[in-house]
Design a protein around this ligand. Structure first.
Ligand code: GLN
Length: 490
Protein backbone atom coordinates (compact mmCIF):
# COMPACT_ATOMS: atom_id res chain seq x y z
CA UNK A 1 0.00 0.00 0.00
CA UNK A 2 2.75 2.47 0.94
CA UNK A 3 4.82 1.71 -2.14
CA UNK A 4 1.77 2.01 -4.41
CA UNK A 5 1.22 5.45 -2.88
CA UNK A 6 4.86 6.39 -3.48
CA UNK A 7 4.39 5.69 -7.17
CA UNK A 8 0.88 7.14 -7.46
CA UNK A 9 1.31 10.70 -6.19
CA UNK A 10 3.23 13.53 -7.79
CA UNK A 11 4.24 15.35 -4.61
CA UNK A 12 7.97 14.98 -5.37
CA UNK A 13 8.41 13.51 -1.92
CA UNK A 14 11.27 11.15 -2.71
CA UNK A 15 14.66 11.77 -4.26
CA UNK A 16 15.24 8.00 -4.17
CA UNK A 17 12.03 5.98 -3.70
CA UNK A 18 12.05 2.32 -2.78
CA UNK A 19 11.89 -0.05 -5.77
CA UNK A 20 8.57 -1.89 -6.04
CA UNK A 21 10.19 -5.22 -5.44
CA UNK A 22 13.42 -6.16 -3.78
CA UNK A 23 15.10 -7.74 -0.83
CA UNK A 24 13.20 -5.39 1.50
CA UNK A 25 9.97 -7.28 0.76
CA UNK A 26 11.40 -10.45 2.32
CA UNK A 27 12.32 -8.50 5.42
CA UNK A 28 8.76 -7.22 5.73
CA UNK A 29 7.40 -10.76 5.29
CA UNK A 30 9.75 -12.13 7.96
CA UNK A 31 8.63 -9.38 10.32
CA UNK A 32 4.98 -10.23 9.58
CA UNK A 33 5.72 -13.81 10.57
CA UNK A 34 7.35 -12.71 13.83
CA UNK A 35 4.27 -10.60 14.54
CA UNK A 36 1.93 -13.53 13.90
CA UNK A 37 3.98 -15.58 16.33
CA UNK A 38 3.58 -12.81 18.86
CA UNK A 39 7.33 -12.06 18.95
CA UNK A 40 8.02 -8.87 16.97
CA UNK A 41 11.54 -7.43 17.38
CA UNK A 42 10.07 -4.06 18.38
CA UNK A 43 6.90 -1.99 17.87
CA UNK A 44 8.28 -0.98 14.43
CA UNK A 45 9.27 -4.45 13.24
CA UNK A 46 8.66 -4.60 9.48
CA UNK A 47 7.51 -0.96 9.30
CA UNK A 48 8.53 1.21 6.34
CA UNK A 49 10.30 4.36 7.53
CA UNK A 50 11.33 7.14 5.12
CA UNK A 51 14.63 8.88 5.68
CA UNK A 52 15.48 12.50 4.94
CA UNK A 53 18.18 12.57 2.32
CA UNK A 54 20.80 14.17 4.57
CA UNK A 55 21.02 11.01 6.71
CA UNK A 56 23.60 8.53 5.38
CA UNK A 57 22.46 5.14 4.09
CA UNK A 58 24.73 2.49 2.63
CA UNK A 59 22.17 1.06 0.24
CA UNK A 60 20.69 4.26 -1.22
CA UNK A 61 22.35 7.54 -2.31
CA UNK A 62 22.52 10.53 0.08
CA UNK A 63 22.27 13.75 -1.94
CA UNK A 64 21.27 16.36 0.68
CA UNK A 65 19.11 17.79 -2.13
CA UNK A 66 22.30 19.27 -3.55
CA UNK A 67 23.97 19.20 -6.95
CA UNK A 68 27.31 18.81 -5.21
CA UNK A 69 26.34 15.42 -3.72
CA UNK A 70 24.04 14.29 -6.51
CA UNK A 71 26.26 11.26 -7.19
CA UNK A 72 27.18 10.43 -3.59
CA UNK A 73 26.46 7.15 -1.83
CA UNK A 74 27.79 6.79 1.70
CA UNK A 75 29.96 3.76 2.50
CA UNK A 76 28.24 3.43 5.90
CA UNK A 77 24.88 3.76 7.61
CA UNK A 78 24.18 6.53 10.12
CA UNK A 79 23.72 5.23 13.67
CA UNK A 80 19.98 5.99 13.52
CA UNK A 81 19.66 3.76 10.42
CA UNK A 82 21.44 0.90 12.21
CA UNK A 83 19.13 1.36 15.20
CA UNK A 84 15.99 1.29 13.02
CA UNK A 85 17.16 -1.75 11.08
CA UNK A 86 18.11 -3.62 14.25
CA UNK A 87 14.55 -2.97 15.41
CA UNK A 88 13.28 -4.62 12.21
CA UNK A 89 12.29 -1.43 10.36
CA UNK A 90 12.88 -1.03 6.62
CA UNK A 91 14.18 2.15 4.99
CA UNK A 92 11.32 3.30 2.73
CA UNK A 93 13.35 5.61 0.48
CA UNK A 94 15.18 8.92 0.79
CA UNK A 95 13.06 12.04 1.00
CA UNK A 96 13.37 15.43 -0.67
CA UNK A 97 14.49 18.44 1.36
CA UNK A 98 15.83 21.95 1.17
CA UNK A 99 19.49 21.69 0.15
CA UNK A 100 21.52 20.70 3.25
CA UNK A 101 18.43 21.51 5.37
CA UNK A 102 18.49 25.22 4.52
CA UNK A 103 14.98 26.47 3.94
CA UNK A 104 11.43 26.56 5.26
CA UNK A 105 9.37 25.38 2.25
CA UNK A 106 11.32 22.43 0.75
CA UNK A 107 11.67 24.44 -2.43
CA UNK A 108 15.48 24.88 -2.32
CA UNK A 109 16.21 21.40 -3.68
CA UNK A 110 18.21 20.50 -6.79
CA UNK A 111 15.49 17.88 -7.33
CA UNK A 112 12.60 20.37 -7.46
CA UNK A 113 10.11 21.53 -4.80
CA UNK A 114 8.04 19.22 -2.61
CA UNK A 115 4.25 19.70 -2.87
CA UNK A 116 2.01 19.53 0.16
CA UNK A 117 -0.53 16.71 -0.10
CA UNK A 118 -3.22 19.15 1.08
CA UNK A 119 -4.43 22.07 -1.02
CA UNK A 120 -6.05 25.33 -0.03
CA UNK A 121 -9.79 26.04 -0.39
CA UNK A 122 -9.37 27.15 -4.02
CA UNK A 123 -7.31 24.12 -5.02
CA UNK A 124 -3.87 25.77 -5.07
CA UNK A 125 -0.70 23.83 -4.32
CA UNK A 126 0.70 24.63 -0.88
CA UNK A 127 4.14 24.68 0.70
CA UNK A 128 4.97 21.49 2.56
CA UNK A 129 7.13 23.43 5.01
CA UNK A 130 10.83 22.76 5.27
CA UNK A 131 13.35 21.54 5.33
CA UNK A 132 12.05 18.00 6.03
CA UNK A 133 9.05 18.56 3.70
CA UNK A 134 9.55 15.27 1.84
CA UNK A 135 9.49 13.27 5.07
CA UNK A 136 6.35 15.07 6.29
CA UNK A 137 4.42 14.61 3.03
CA UNK A 138 5.51 10.95 2.81
CA UNK A 139 3.79 10.45 6.19
CA UNK A 140 0.75 12.61 5.37
CA UNK A 141 0.18 10.94 1.98
CA UNK A 142 0.45 7.39 3.33
CA UNK A 143 3.73 6.64 1.53
CA UNK A 144 5.33 5.17 4.65
CA UNK A 145 4.58 4.34 8.26
CA UNK A 146 6.77 7.10 9.73
CA UNK A 147 9.80 9.17 8.77
CA UNK A 148 13.02 10.65 10.07
CA UNK A 149 13.91 14.27 9.45
CA UNK A 150 16.42 16.68 10.93
CA UNK A 151 15.53 19.74 12.99
CA UNK A 152 18.13 22.48 13.29
CA UNK A 153 15.74 25.41 13.56
CA UNK A 154 12.31 23.86 13.10
CA UNK A 155 12.75 21.65 10.06
CA UNK A 156 10.71 18.78 11.50
CA UNK A 157 8.13 20.86 13.38
CA UNK A 158 7.28 23.35 10.60
CA UNK A 159 6.59 20.67 7.93
CA UNK A 160 4.56 18.74 10.52
CA UNK A 161 2.45 21.85 11.15
CA UNK A 162 1.95 22.49 7.42
CA UNK A 163 1.05 18.90 6.53
CA UNK A 164 -1.12 18.00 9.53
CA UNK A 165 1.31 15.42 10.93
CA UNK A 166 3.10 15.02 14.26
CA UNK A 167 6.75 16.16 14.31
CA UNK A 168 9.06 15.74 17.30
CA UNK A 169 12.48 17.29 17.96
CA UNK A 170 14.18 15.57 20.94
CA UNK A 171 16.46 17.30 23.44
CA UNK A 172 19.85 18.03 21.84
CA UNK A 173 22.31 15.19 22.42
CA UNK A 174 19.85 12.34 23.00
CA UNK A 175 19.72 10.93 19.45
CA UNK A 176 22.98 10.23 17.63
CA UNK A 177 24.06 12.58 14.84
CA UNK A 178 26.74 10.20 13.57
CA UNK A 179 26.20 9.83 9.82
CA UNK A 180 23.85 12.81 9.69
CA UNK A 181 25.28 15.43 7.33
CA UNK A 182 26.08 18.46 9.46
CA UNK A 183 24.36 21.78 8.83
CA UNK A 184 24.92 23.59 12.17
CA UNK A 185 26.33 21.09 14.67
CA UNK A 186 25.41 22.93 17.85
CA UNK A 187 21.73 22.96 16.78
CA UNK A 188 21.28 19.82 14.63
CA UNK A 189 18.97 17.09 15.92
CA UNK A 190 17.35 14.06 14.32
CA UNK A 191 13.55 14.36 14.55
CA UNK A 192 10.67 11.97 13.94
CA UNK A 193 7.46 12.40 11.93
CA UNK A 194 4.36 10.22 12.16
CA UNK A 195 0.59 10.34 12.02
CA UNK A 196 0.29 9.88 15.77
CA UNK A 197 2.35 10.83 18.80
CA UNK A 198 2.41 7.21 19.96
CA UNK A 199 4.24 6.19 16.75
CA UNK A 200 6.79 8.96 17.21
CA UNK A 201 7.25 7.87 20.81
CA UNK A 202 7.93 4.23 19.85
CA UNK A 203 10.64 5.35 17.44
CA UNK A 204 12.16 7.87 19.85
CA UNK A 205 12.53 5.18 22.50
CA UNK A 206 14.55 3.10 20.03
CA UNK A 207 16.82 6.00 19.02
CA UNK A 208 17.31 7.44 22.51
CA UNK A 209 20.69 5.76 23.21
CA UNK A 210 24.26 6.87 23.84
CA UNK A 211 26.52 6.62 20.78
CA UNK A 212 30.25 6.86 21.36
CA UNK A 213 30.80 7.94 17.75
CA UNK A 214 28.91 11.21 18.33
CA UNK A 215 30.94 13.43 20.68
CA UNK A 216 27.81 15.38 21.69
CA UNK A 217 25.80 12.26 22.50
CA UNK A 218 24.94 12.26 26.21
CA UNK A 219 26.73 9.57 28.18
CA UNK A 220 24.82 6.73 29.81
CA UNK A 221 25.77 8.17 33.18
CA UNK A 222 24.32 11.62 32.40
CA UNK A 223 21.17 10.04 31.00
CA UNK A 224 20.50 8.18 34.20
CA UNK A 225 21.29 11.26 36.28
CA UNK A 226 18.70 13.25 34.27
CA UNK A 227 16.14 10.48 34.65
CA UNK A 228 16.58 10.30 38.41
CA UNK A 229 16.29 14.09 38.64
CA UNK A 230 13.00 13.91 36.76
CA UNK A 231 11.82 11.12 39.03
CA UNK A 232 12.12 13.34 42.10
CA UNK A 233 8.78 13.26 44.01
CA UNK A 234 7.66 16.77 42.97
CA UNK A 235 8.31 16.04 39.25
CA UNK A 236 7.57 12.34 38.70
CA UNK A 237 3.81 12.65 39.18
CA UNK A 238 3.52 14.95 36.18
CA UNK A 239 3.57 11.94 33.88
CA UNK A 240 0.70 10.27 35.69
CA UNK A 241 -1.96 12.19 37.54
CA UNK A 242 -1.25 15.65 38.92
CA UNK A 243 -2.72 18.60 36.99
CA UNK A 244 -0.01 20.21 34.88
CA UNK A 245 0.93 23.86 35.01
CA UNK A 246 0.77 24.96 31.38
CA UNK A 247 2.75 28.06 30.43
CA UNK A 248 1.52 30.39 27.69
CA UNK A 249 4.35 32.59 26.39
CA UNK A 250 2.81 36.03 25.90
CA UNK A 251 5.47 37.11 23.38
CA UNK A 252 4.14 34.47 20.95
CA UNK A 253 0.77 36.23 20.74
CA UNK A 254 1.84 38.45 17.86
CA UNK A 255 -0.56 40.49 15.72
CA UNK A 256 0.58 38.57 12.60
CA UNK A 257 -0.97 35.30 13.88
CA UNK A 258 -3.40 33.92 11.29
CA UNK A 259 -6.92 33.63 12.82
CA UNK A 260 -6.98 29.84 12.34
CA UNK A 261 -3.68 29.49 14.20
CA UNK A 262 -4.88 31.67 17.07
CA UNK A 263 -8.12 29.66 17.19
CA UNK A 264 -6.19 26.37 17.38
CA UNK A 265 -4.07 27.76 20.22
CA UNK A 266 -7.11 28.95 22.19
CA UNK A 267 -8.97 25.67 21.61
CA UNK A 268 -5.94 23.72 22.84
CA UNK A 269 -5.63 25.78 26.00
CA UNK A 270 -9.37 25.55 26.68
CA UNK A 271 -9.22 21.78 26.22
CA UNK A 272 -6.26 21.42 28.59
CA UNK A 273 -8.09 23.50 31.18
CA UNK A 274 -11.17 21.28 30.84
CA UNK A 275 -8.92 18.31 31.59
CA UNK A 276 -8.03 19.93 34.91
CA UNK A 277 -4.70 21.51 34.01
CA UNK A 278 -4.01 25.14 34.86
CA UNK A 279 -2.96 27.90 32.47
CA UNK A 280 -0.28 30.48 33.35
CA UNK A 281 0.89 33.37 31.19
CA UNK A 282 4.69 33.57 31.20
CA UNK A 283 7.19 35.92 29.61
CA UNK A 284 10.15 34.86 27.46
CA UNK A 285 11.52 38.33 26.67
CA UNK A 286 14.56 37.27 24.59
CA UNK A 287 12.28 35.44 22.14
CA UNK A 288 12.04 38.48 19.90
CA UNK A 289 15.77 38.35 19.21
CA UNK A 290 15.97 34.58 18.81
CA UNK A 291 15.30 34.54 15.06
CA UNK A 292 18.05 37.05 14.28
CA UNK A 293 20.51 35.20 16.50
CA UNK A 294 19.64 31.90 14.81
CA UNK A 295 20.22 33.34 11.34
CA UNK A 296 23.68 34.49 12.39
CA UNK A 297 24.71 31.29 14.19
CA UNK A 298 23.33 28.67 11.79
CA UNK A 299 24.97 30.16 8.66
CA UNK A 300 28.24 30.65 10.59
CA UNK A 301 28.42 26.96 11.45
CA UNK A 302 27.20 26.02 7.97
CA UNK A 303 29.92 28.03 6.22
CA UNK A 304 32.52 26.05 8.12
CA UNK A 305 30.81 22.67 7.63
CA UNK A 306 30.34 23.13 3.89
CA UNK A 307 33.99 23.98 3.20
CA UNK A 308 34.75 20.29 2.72
CA UNK A 309 32.69 20.18 -0.50
CA UNK A 310 35.50 21.32 -2.75
CA UNK A 311 35.58 18.62 -5.42
CA UNK A 312 38.67 17.08 -3.83
CA UNK A 313 37.59 15.84 -0.42
CA UNK A 314 33.86 15.68 -1.15
CA UNK A 315 31.51 16.69 -3.93
CA UNK A 316 31.12 16.14 -7.64
CA UNK A 317 34.22 17.68 -9.22
CA UNK A 318 33.64 20.19 -11.99
CA UNK A 319 36.78 20.55 -14.06
CA UNK A 320 37.24 22.67 -17.13
CA UNK A 321 39.39 25.63 -18.01
CA UNK A 322 39.17 28.99 -16.31
CA UNK A 323 38.81 32.23 -18.25
CA UNK A 324 42.54 32.24 -19.11
CA UNK A 325 42.28 28.82 -20.65
CA UNK A 326 44.28 27.26 -17.78
CA UNK A 327 42.90 23.80 -17.15
CA UNK A 328 41.68 23.06 -13.64
CA UNK A 329 43.00 26.11 -11.83
CA UNK A 330 39.47 27.07 -10.86
CA UNK A 331 38.46 23.58 -9.81
CA UNK A 332 37.31 24.77 -6.40
CA UNK A 333 35.27 27.69 -7.70
CA UNK A 334 33.79 25.70 -10.58
CA UNK A 335 32.81 22.85 -8.29
CA UNK A 336 31.21 25.03 -5.64
CA UNK A 337 29.78 27.51 -8.12
CA UNK A 338 27.80 24.89 -9.97
CA UNK A 339 27.23 22.39 -7.16
CA UNK A 340 25.54 24.64 -4.59
CA UNK A 341 22.18 26.35 -5.01
CA UNK A 342 21.43 30.02 -4.35
CA UNK A 343 20.28 29.76 -0.73
CA UNK A 344 23.29 27.66 0.29
CA UNK A 345 25.63 30.19 -1.33
CA UNK A 346 23.86 33.00 0.52
CA UNK A 347 24.36 31.21 3.85
CA UNK A 348 28.03 30.51 3.11
CA UNK A 349 28.60 34.19 2.36
CA UNK A 350 26.67 35.33 5.44
CA UNK A 351 28.51 32.89 7.68
CA UNK A 352 31.93 33.67 6.28
CA UNK A 353 31.25 37.36 6.81
CA UNK A 354 29.96 37.07 10.38
CA UNK A 355 33.00 34.96 11.34
CA UNK A 356 35.51 37.36 9.79
CA UNK A 357 37.72 39.36 12.13
CA UNK A 358 35.97 42.67 11.54
CA UNK A 359 32.44 41.37 11.98
CA UNK A 360 32.93 38.71 14.65
CA UNK A 361 32.24 40.90 17.68
CA UNK A 362 29.19 42.57 16.21
CA UNK A 363 27.48 39.46 14.89
CA UNK A 364 28.69 36.06 16.01
CA UNK A 365 29.56 37.00 19.60
CA UNK A 366 26.35 39.03 20.04
CA UNK A 367 24.29 36.16 18.68
CA UNK A 368 25.92 33.77 21.17
CA UNK A 369 24.92 36.15 23.96
CA UNK A 370 21.33 36.21 22.74
CA UNK A 371 21.40 32.42 22.64
CA UNK A 372 22.37 32.37 26.31
CA UNK A 373 19.54 34.80 27.16
CA UNK A 374 17.03 32.60 25.36
CA UNK A 375 18.23 29.62 27.42
CA UNK A 376 17.96 31.64 30.64
CA UNK A 377 14.40 32.70 29.76
CA UNK A 378 13.35 29.07 29.52
CA UNK A 379 15.18 28.08 32.71
CA UNK A 380 13.46 30.89 34.58
CA UNK A 381 9.97 29.59 33.82
CA UNK A 382 10.32 25.81 34.06
CA UNK A 383 9.76 24.23 37.47
CA UNK A 384 12.29 21.52 36.56
CA UNK A 385 15.88 22.71 36.67
CA UNK A 386 18.05 22.38 33.59
CA UNK A 387 19.96 19.19 34.34
CA UNK A 388 23.12 20.29 32.51
CA UNK A 389 23.31 23.94 33.62
CA UNK A 390 26.39 24.59 35.75
CA UNK A 391 24.77 27.49 37.58
CA UNK A 392 21.02 27.53 38.08
CA UNK A 393 19.35 30.67 36.76
CA UNK A 394 17.49 32.96 39.07
CA UNK A 395 13.80 32.17 39.34
CA UNK A 396 12.62 35.05 41.49
CA UNK A 397 9.11 36.15 40.70
CA UNK A 398 8.72 33.85 37.73
CA UNK A 399 5.77 31.51 37.27
CA UNK A 400 6.93 27.91 37.67
CA UNK A 401 5.44 25.85 34.88
CA UNK A 402 5.77 22.26 33.65
CA UNK A 403 5.36 22.76 29.94
CA UNK A 404 4.85 25.49 27.32
CA UNK A 405 2.08 25.45 24.70
CA UNK A 406 2.23 27.81 21.70
CA UNK A 407 1.75 27.76 17.90
CA UNK A 408 4.39 26.04 15.72
CA UNK A 409 4.17 28.67 12.97
CA UNK A 410 2.46 32.07 12.72
CA UNK A 411 0.37 31.13 9.67
CA UNK A 412 -1.09 28.24 7.71
CA UNK A 413 0.96 26.96 4.74
CA UNK A 414 1.46 29.60 2.01
CA UNK A 415 0.78 28.81 -1.65
CA UNK A 416 3.72 27.17 -3.34
CA UNK A 417 3.48 29.73 -6.14
CA UNK A 418 3.96 32.56 -3.63
CA UNK A 419 7.21 31.16 -2.23
CA UNK A 420 8.98 29.81 -5.32
CA UNK A 421 11.12 31.65 -7.75
CA UNK A 422 12.03 35.31 -8.16
CA UNK A 423 8.66 36.04 -9.83
CA UNK A 424 6.83 35.30 -6.58
CA UNK A 425 8.16 38.54 -5.11
CA UNK A 426 9.06 36.77 -1.86
CA UNK A 427 12.50 37.41 -0.38
CA UNK A 428 14.68 35.00 1.62
CA UNK A 429 13.68 36.95 4.74
CA UNK A 430 10.01 36.05 4.18
CA UNK A 431 10.98 32.39 4.47
CA UNK A 432 13.08 32.98 7.60
CA UNK A 433 10.09 34.52 9.40
CA UNK A 434 8.24 31.18 9.39
CA UNK A 435 10.80 29.88 11.89
CA UNK A 436 10.10 32.53 14.52
CA UNK A 437 8.36 30.13 16.95
CA UNK A 438 10.55 27.10 16.35
CA UNK A 439 14.08 28.51 16.72
CA UNK A 440 13.90 29.40 20.45
CA UNK A 441 13.67 25.71 21.46
CA UNK A 442 16.49 24.93 19.01
CA UNK A 443 18.79 27.60 20.47
CA UNK A 444 18.12 26.20 23.95
CA UNK A 445 18.37 22.53 22.88
CA UNK A 446 14.92 21.77 24.32
CA UNK A 447 12.50 18.99 23.31
CA UNK A 448 9.50 20.19 21.29
CA UNK A 449 6.66 18.57 19.38
CA UNK A 450 4.19 19.92 16.82
CA UNK A 451 0.78 18.26 16.76
CA UNK A 452 -2.12 18.95 14.38
CA UNK A 453 -5.13 20.61 16.02
CA UNK A 454 -8.39 20.77 14.06
CA UNK A 455 -10.16 24.09 14.20
CA UNK A 456 -13.29 23.46 12.14
CA UNK A 457 -16.26 21.28 12.99
CA UNK A 458 -17.01 19.97 9.52
CA UNK A 459 -15.26 16.69 8.85
CA UNK A 460 -15.70 16.57 5.07
CA UNK A 461 -13.97 19.86 4.41
CA UNK A 462 -10.31 18.93 4.61
CA UNK A 463 -8.72 22.08 3.21
CA UNK A 464 -5.50 23.19 4.83
CA UNK A 465 -6.92 26.05 6.89
CA UNK A 466 -8.79 23.64 9.15
CA UNK A 467 -5.75 22.23 10.87
CA UNK A 468 -2.96 24.15 12.58
CA UNK A 469 0.22 22.97 14.27
CA UNK A 470 0.41 23.49 18.01
CA UNK A 471 3.81 23.24 19.65
CA UNK A 472 4.61 21.81 23.08
CA UNK A 473 8.04 22.70 24.53
CA UNK A 474 9.55 21.20 27.69
CA UNK A 475 12.64 21.54 29.86
CA UNK A 476 15.81 19.79 28.69
CA UNK A 477 15.42 16.02 29.13
CA UNK A 478 11.64 16.24 29.63
CA UNK A 479 10.97 14.55 26.27
CA UNK A 480 8.42 12.08 27.64
CA UNK A 481 6.33 14.87 29.16
CA UNK A 482 6.42 16.80 25.88
CA UNK A 483 5.09 13.74 24.04
CA UNK A 484 2.46 13.12 26.71
CA UNK A 485 1.04 16.64 26.32
CA UNK A 486 1.33 16.33 22.53
CA UNK A 487 -0.79 13.21 22.70
CA UNK A 488 -3.42 15.00 24.82
CA UNK A 489 -3.78 17.65 22.12
CA UNK A 490 -3.69 15.62 18.90
N1 GLN B 1 14.40 27.22 8.10
C1 GLN B 1 15.52 26.87 8.90
C2 GLN B 1 16.80 27.15 8.16
O1 GLN B 1 16.77 27.26 6.98
C3 GLN B 1 15.36 25.45 9.29
C4 GLN B 1 16.59 24.64 9.27
C5 GLN B 1 16.47 23.25 9.79
O2 GLN B 1 15.88 23.02 10.85
N2 GLN B 1 17.15 22.35 9.12
O3 GLN B 1 17.85 27.29 8.72
Amino acid sequence: KYIANQHAHGFNTFITPLPRAGQWLDRVKQADKRREQGAPKSPIDGCLISIKDNICTRDLPTTCGSGILSKFTSPFNATVIEQLENAGAVVAGKTNLDEFGMGSHSTNSRFGPVKNSRRDGSGHDLSAGGSSGGSAVAVAAGQCYAALGTDTGGSVRLPAAYTGTVGFKPSYGLVSRWGVVAYANSLDTVGILGNKTSIVQDIFRILNQHDERDPTSLSTFTRSRILSQLQAPQLASRLTSTPLRIGVPIEYNISELTPSVRRAWLLSLAYLQEQGHTIHPVSLPATKHALSAYYVLAPAEASSNLSKYDGVRYGTRVEGPDSDGQPDSYLYANTRGSGFGGEVKRRILLGTFSLSADAMDNYFIQAQRVRRLVQQDFNAVFAAEHPLAAVQDTRLGAEQIDILVCPTAPSSPPRLFDVTGPSSGSSPLDAYVNDVFTVPASLAGLPAISVPVTTSQSSHNSSAGDVAGIQVVGQYGDDELVMKVGELLE
